[in-house]
Structures are given as C-alpha cells and as structure tokens.
Design a protein. Sequence first.
Length: 279
Amino acid sequence: MGLKKVHWMIIGLGVLVIGLSTIFLKTEFFFFIVGFGVLIIVSPFVYNLINENKVSAQKEEMFLEFARNLVESVNTGTPISKTIVNMKKKPFGVLSPHVEKLANQITMGIPLGTALQVFARDLDNRTISRALTLIGQAEKAGGNIGEILEAVARAVSMVDKLKKERNASISTLVVQGYIIFFVFMIIILVMQFYIIPMISGIANIESLGEIATPSIGETTGVEFSSAFLYMLLIQGFFSGLAIGKLAGGNIKYGIKHSFSLMILSFVISAVANLILSKG
C-alpha cells in the first residue's frame, strides 16, 4: 500500500517537529522532542504494515468462504467456471473486487487457469496462492473437481484453525513479553532517578576539600536521560520484534508491538523526567 496525502502530511509534521527541536538544543527536552518527531515520521509506515497484515488475514478468512461456496455449487453439477461467474456479485468483503475481476475474465473467454493465476497474483497471499494453484491444476487435469475443491477448502480451513489456535496458545507468551519489558523499564527508571543520583551524592561528598573536578552529578542530567531513553527505545524495538515472531511466526508481525512499546517507553520516560527530575 502506497502512502497517501494524509500520510505525507504526518511525515511533514514529524520533520517540522524535529526542525523545531533545535530551539531546545542543549536542554533536557531536545532528545525527547527529536524522538517524538521520529515516531511521528515512522507512524504512517507502521500503520500501513499493520493494515496490510490485517487485510491479509481478512483475505484468508473470506477466501475460505469463497471456497465453501465454490464447493457447494460445483457439487450440484455446475461447472467451476459458471460457478465463479454466478458468485460475481456475492459479498466477500475485501475479496469482492478480486472475485468480480476473476468472473469478468472468465466471461471474456480467458482460460480458467490463467484467470486463477491473475487472481492469486492480485491477492498476493501465500496460503491462497497455493490453494488456487492446486485448483487450477486440478481443473486442467480433469477428474472429480468437486472432491478436489472440498480438499482445498478443508486445507484452507485447517490452516485458519491452526493459526487461531496458535494465536490463542501464544497470547500468554505475548503478555509475558510485555510484562518483562515493563519490569526492565522500571529497573531503568529506578537506576536513572534513584541509584545514579545516590552515587552522585556519594561522589560529591568524597570530593569535598579536594581540588574542584567535574563530579558525576555534573555529567548526569541530559546525558543520562538521553542514554536511558535510547536504551528503552532499543529494548522496546527488539522486544516487539521477538513478540511478533512468537505470535505470528514472522518478524513483520512484531512491528506493531515494537511501535507500541517504543511509544510507551517514550511517553513514560518523558513523564518521569518531567516529574521525578524536579524532586
């Protein structure tokens, strides 16, 4: 999916925020404003990827409905090409325009095998492509097409069932992944606002009466705040990818988790700096 006008406007807003961050250069707000701008710029791409994954899941779900309708009609004795043409106006959600295109191609006299190849290419889904390839080969080879279609429908249904069962069983691991990240975040915040200042205070006491040298306290502040923020963002990014790999079997499904964890890291870190740094 390409970027639309609204997406470019959001990216432009992010660039503007980063540009305005120079006003706060050498302040504790600089890195947070830059981070906020970067997240704004990245958000359209993340949204597109999440939407593509959602549409892909809907395609598989509606293809299962399409295959079931195909089996029912073919079992009554209707040829598969005629069945597809008859289903042209049936509601198949995100699949509807593709089914209509497939029916139009068959009506124009394009061979079923060729039309199914175009259908598979347009849908761009591995599970559906395998099923359509099997249907095309079965139609070309002849035999009992009804039984073959039933086998395809059962296979697609089984894949869908296994995915749902996998998601249900893996949900606990996803929750655990989020809990582990939040524990990590709490540890980082405790280090930033309690342990590091405590060490700084001890160092300042030991340096009394000695020649004035830069203490730990003077090197903390913006440097430590930005370092801890980067640590949280990096951890959030890779934790999200790991969660996506566990949940969806593919790293790309973790992009939404990465983005969510990075947003949470940024917001919580910014709020903590505004509140606790004044203490």
